[in-house]
Design a protein around this ligand. Structure first.
Ligand code: SAM
Length: 647
């Protein structure tokens, strides 16, 4: 405290308060031991909402007030009888950077009022009854300010079964989140008209303000740096080490299952109650349903996922592992949950310390970094030592994915550090999500799960995005076709083109050799990659036309490959679109997903073919111009070889 002055008739004091760890069970007391005094307070813009109250030292709360964040909070309390304490408390988690704010207090009334001065007790536990009263009073103010919360909070907290996993209703979930210390007073859970649960802004949210704050310790997470089993009593280290299911998502699923098995005793119980009952992944689809997607590699991926799951299940059932009451249904549910709603992050500082390893950490390979440049919302997390982990973050996992917009509402990193979840002191106990753009009340708030094509979204999360701008189609054996063409027809320059394409495919994240993923963006890059073949080679002098021809031929092959793929499909784009519109709202979810996937793919293939045609025209024009240049430079240059007519 600073500037306490008890010599004059009035006592006024200005305090600079730096509050650390002001958690729900704690409060700050400022008070006078005198009666019949009036206490004026003037609090400069607290960063987080606080509840103010006065209490008789031996009694309960007398008067109270809720002060919203970022607004000056002025008023006065009167101590009618007995002593008076001014209590500042927060019913939500407050991060360690609670920040400092000024409290100006003026105590007036009888002469007695200034005797003894103000007393300050920082961060001391409040008595339980007082705290409950304060929270109730604060909540009442919150409710008055926000009818949506009123609706939610008035619902009684039900007892939820966790075994088998049960999904809590929207209202129940909102309460459960509050109970899990997820702080997000400006966002609420909602089921949107399309039937999807997600998060919505309840009021105007200014750019930069915090949308959600989540104490990291309340997550389920798994350490990747340790080869040791996170559940040594159930799965011995040697078993854990020996199996590939140490990998994501199986490892984290095992930890989740263990947490589930604790039932209501789990510290995550409330969160577990609000997890979806089922997540439908393509590996659960029938052959016939998979066929509807009209892509072979999706079938392969589904079969592979199923095989891996079965293999892990086999080990979990062996005598070396003791996870009683585990069923196949529970096991794959947990794997699907981890796959569809976990977050991969770099670790926060201090997690190397075993004490902090709640459930351990593991990397999540599926979570690639989204391209974050220029996106208008951000999540600030902080760490210095990267150590990968996968975690279930209650609340944070309620944001849906936005891929349609090039600029989704939220992204999960600091600008300039794409894909990096970093923690730095003093916020290393919290995941913070803040708005990087203004949000309107009623608006759904999205995050980006990454620049993922539909097949990846469907395989990893069980949904896809129609018209996904990040969609990719894998052309079967495209680079093999190029290589074959190069060997039999155009030789060296063509080999160069082929390897260029291969490395290009790699650089755009196309996993399998022999396949090239193409989308509109890739095509532009492809064009760029081909450019050096035309200008940088020896052939500029004598064989320029061959080089040019190689580029043209590559485009031709690409166009052909796209048309070929389209021809192989059992239905046309027009037929698919007709099927979709004829089916209307009654369409089965799996068929809808399959139709959307193949419609997207066909559009992509048509676009690619058209772009390849355009590139060929472009190259022809360029070729003509270059020929003229070369002939002007050297009028005696040998005649240029003619392009291979067959190509
Ligand atoms: C991290 S959770 C998001 C919250 C989820 N909607 C909930 O209520 O628990 C991811 C799941 O939400 C759904 N989801 C997220 N974004 C979606 C989108 N753009 N379209 C359809 N479903 C989406 C999918 O079911 C996905 O598996």
């Amino acid at each position: 405290s600073e500037g306490t002055d008890s010599s004059s008739g009035d006592l006024s004091t200005s305090l600079h308060l730096a509050v650390y760890k002001l958690e729900p069970s704690q409060g700050l007391r400022l008070g006078s031991q005198q009666t019949g005094c009036e206490l004026d307070y003037d609090i400069s813009s607290p960063q987080y909402a606080v509840y103010l109250g006065t209490a008789e030292r031996a009694g309960g709360l007398r008067q109270s007030r809720h002060c919203a964040s970022s607004e000056t909070c002025k008023g006065s309390f009167l101590s009618a009888t007995g002593t008076l304490d001014l209590i500042l408390a927060s019913t939500v988690f407050v991060p360690e950077d609670f920040g400092s704010f000024q409290v100006a207090l003026r105590l007036s009334g009888s002469d007695q009022c200034n005797q003894g001065g103000l007393q300050m007790a920082e961060g001391k536990p409040l008595d339980k009854k007082l705290l409950e009263q304060l929270q109730a009073a604060g909540r009442a103010a919150e409710l008055a300010a926000n009818p949506r919360w009123q609706e939610v909070l008035q619902q009684p907290v039900a007892q939820f079964p966790v075994d088998p996993p049960g999904a809590a209703s929207i209202k129940e979930s909102a309460q459960l989140l509050a109970g899990m210390s997820v702080w997000g007073p400006k966002v609420t859970l909602k089921t949107f008209p399309n039937g999807m649960r997600g998060l919505q802004a309840t009021e105007s949210i200014k750019q930069g303000s915090i949308l959600m704050l989540f104490p990291f310790a309340k997550s389920i997470k798994l350490d990747n740096n340790s080869p040791k089993s996170p559940l040594p009593k159930l799965i011995p280290d040697h078993v854990w080490e020996a199996h590939f299911w140490r990998q994501y998502p199986y490892n984290a699923a095992v930890v989740l299952l263990h947490e589930m098995s604790k039932g209501a005793k789990s510290s995550m119980h409330k969160y577990l109650c609000m997890l979806p009952k089922a997540v439908d992944m393509p590996w659960q689809w029938s052959e016939k349903e998979l066929d509807e997607m009209q892509v072979d590699n999706m079938k392969g991926m589904a079969a592979d996922q199923y095989q891996r799951l079965s293999a892990v299940w086999h080990v979990l059932n062996s005598s070396e592992v003791s996870m009683p009451n585990l069923t196949w249904e529970k096991f794959y549910w947990a794997c699907n949950i981890i796959s569809s709603r976990s977050f991969g992050m770099d670790s926060l500082e201090g997690l190397a310390n075993p004490r902090n390893r709640l459930l351990g950490l593991v990397p999540r390979p599926g979570l690639s970094a989204p391209d974050l440049s220029g996106l208008p919302l951000r999540v600030l997390e902080n760490s210095s030592t990267p150590a990968h982990f996968v975690g279930l973050l209650p609340g944070v996992d309620l944001f849906n994915h936005q891929a349609l917009l090039p600029q989704p509402d939220i992204y999960m990193s600091q600008p300039g550090q794409p894909g990096q979840w970093t923690w730095k002191k003093p916020l290393d106990r919290f995941v913070r999500i803040s708005a990087a753009a203004d949000l309107l009340p009623g608006q759904e708030i999205f995050i980006s799960y990454g620049s993922k094509p539909n097949a990846e979204l469907l395989g990893g999360y069980g949904f896809l995005v129609p018209g996904n701008i990040w969609d990719v189609y894998l052309l079967r054996n495209f680079t093999a076709q190029l290589a074959e063409a190069s060997a039999t027809r155009l030789l060296a320059p063509f080999v160069a083109a082929s390897s260029h394409l291969e490395s290009l495919a790699e650089s755009v994240g196309v996993p399998s050799v022999g396949a090239l993923g193409v989308n509109a963006d890739d095509l532009t890059r492809l064009q760029d990659a081909l450019q050096p073949l035309i200008v940088e080679t020896e052939a500029l002098k004598s064989g320029m036309a061959v080089q040019e021809h190689a580029a043209t031929a590559s485009w031709k092959l690409l166009g052909q490959a796209c048309r070929q793929e389209l021809a192989w499909k059992a239905t046309t784009l027009e037929e698919d679109e007709a099927t979709l519109s004829a089916a209307g709202d009654q369409i089965a979810r799996r068929l809808w997903n399959a139709l959307q996937l193949r419609i997207g793919h066909k559009k992509l293939l048509q676009k690619c073919a058209a772009q390849a045609d355009a590139a060929i025209v472009f190259l022809k024009i360029q070729q003509g111009a270059a020929k003229t240049d070369l002939q002007q430079l050297s009028p005696h240059a040998p005649a240029l070889p003619q392009p291979h007519s067959e190509l």
